[in-house]
Design a protein around this ligand. Structure first.
Ligand code: ADP
Length: 410
């Protein structure tokens, strides 16, 4: 079964074409600056490692998807003879509110529901909806699924997701913690369970998705117990450019002191804060760590603030779950930054965490990197949200008997 996975951002489109019979990627890429000057497509054919990049005139997600489909079937660099080879399309959706706790096949009702969820993710959800509509027009006969970042977190108990503000705001506007990166947390939790050789239902895990955006999730018996992101992906950890949790009064204080509007402050907290904001250097951990090594104090401080907060959440999640079997690191920083993993795990031996500093430096695909005697195992597991989306798509389009469901084109 060939599955096209689409991830529509506000001005970008990430795509991957997977052969799910072998779970291999055939092609992947990115369209950036959709609707802006200098729209570009990047494309990599995984079958032979060839790459292609070009400027394109895509003014909308529809035009971007059309270009992707054209490239996938191009005689010189494509991987398909024609589009009939694509069996299904899986769409990543950022926020489904409380509507979906699992992935779904997209029908008119689902599309209608998603159109009504714009408020919850104003940058991402409309882009995803336009991607779905474009696919319906361009490939009406193909079944499509929606896989939600928030779905896994719907297993969270109310004491974790209710904010301590008047309850009527939850009732009226759905203001609550939703949590994000759910597809990634679920994927690495499942992989970790396999590596540990234990059922996920028996484990207490803390999964640390540390990328440009970052979140940590406590998973108890296969269900989310607590997570760091909140009503939006701005909450929790300090991130590349996002502030994470701060005292809400700061917003009003800056507004008054600097005469800024609320939307200007929102922009500052989303794009000029975090590691970039503290260091004044970059949102990329590689740049900040290099500067810190060269003696830049604010860069050093940014790293300390970052790791301090990761450790604080790990500690609190261990308390909430009354223990933990394994801590799992994933995403750009979590997978690649051995130094950061080492800083985070330092002096946690009292909690049963003993990182093996040698194993921590060795890069294999996914591994246990704690000492053999460590009561709490530490792992790093490369995340693969696209594979998870494609797996959900395959699963949804097959009945309990494993045979393909009958699909009626929309
Ligand atoms: P996202 O998907 O949220 O954009 P990623 O998970 O791809 O982000 O993570 C990107 C970030 O990972 C980069 O901004 C960089 O800070 C960090 N990163 C990637 N490789 C390394 C590395 N070798 N060492 C330290 N940080 C790294």
């Amino acid at each position: 079964m060939i599955v096209l996975v689409l991830n529509c951002g506000s001005s970008s489109l990430k795509y991957q074409l997977l052969d799910m019979d072998t779970e291999t990627v055939l092609a992947r890429g990115l369209v950036e600056r959709i609707g802006l000057e200098g729209t570009r497509i990047k494309y990599a054919r995984e079958t032979d490692g060839s790459n292609y990049e070009s400027e394109i005139p895509a003014k909308s997600h529809r035009e971007a998807i059309e270009t992707v489909l054209e490239i996938l079937t191009r005689e010189d660099i494509g991987v398909l003879y024609d589009l009939t080879e694509i069996d299904a399309i899986g769409h990543r959706i950022v926020n489904a509110g409380e509507h979906y706790s699992d992935s779904v096949i997209i029908d008119d009702e689902v599309l209608h529901t998603l159109e009504g969820l714009t408020d919850l993710a104003p940058l991402h959800n409309p882009a995803a909806v336009s991607g779905i509509k474009a696919c319906r027009e361009l490939m009406p006969e193909k079944p499509m699924t929606a896989v939600f970042d928030t779905a896994f977190h719907q297993t969270m108990p109310a004491e974790s997701y209710i904010y301590s503000i008047p309850y009527e705001y939850y009732e009226k506007y759905g203001i609550r913690k939703y949590g994000f990166h759910g597809t990634s947390h679920k994927y690495v939790a499942q992989r970790a369970a396999t590596i540990l050789g234990r059922p996920l239902d028996d484990l207490k895990l803390i999964t640390c998705h540390l990328g440009n955006g970052a979140s940590i999730t406590a998973i108890r018996n296969g269900r989310v117990f607590e997570t760091t992101m909140g009503f939006t992906p701005l909450a929790g950890l300090a991130m590349g450019t996002r502030c994470g949790n701060i005292d809400p009064s700061i917003i009003f204080y800056i507004a008054e002191k600097e005469g800024r509007s609320l939307s200007e402050i929102e922009e500052i907290l989303n794009t000029k804060s975090g590691i970039l904001g503290i260091s004044g250097i970059s949102s990329d951990f590689r740049d900040v760590e290099k500067a810190a090594e060269e003696g830049n104090e604010r860069a050093g401080l940014a790293i300390k603030v970052y790791s301090h907060r990761v450790r604080a959440y790990i500690g609190s999640f261990i308390a909430l779950m009354n223990g933990v079997d394994a801590i799992v690191f994933t995403a750009g920083v979590g997978e690649n930054d051995a130094k950061m993993r080492s800083i985070i795990c330092r002096n946690l031996d009292n909690l049963g965490v003993n990182l093996d500093e040698v194993k921590n430096l060795i890069h294999t695909k996914a591994a246990i990197i704690s000492e053999d005697y460590s009561r709490v195992k530490v792992l790093y597991v490369p995340t693969n949200e696209e594979l998870m989306i494609a797996r959900d798509t395959v699963e949804l389009l097959h009945g309990d008997d494993g045979l393909p469901l009958e699909w009626k084109p929309v």
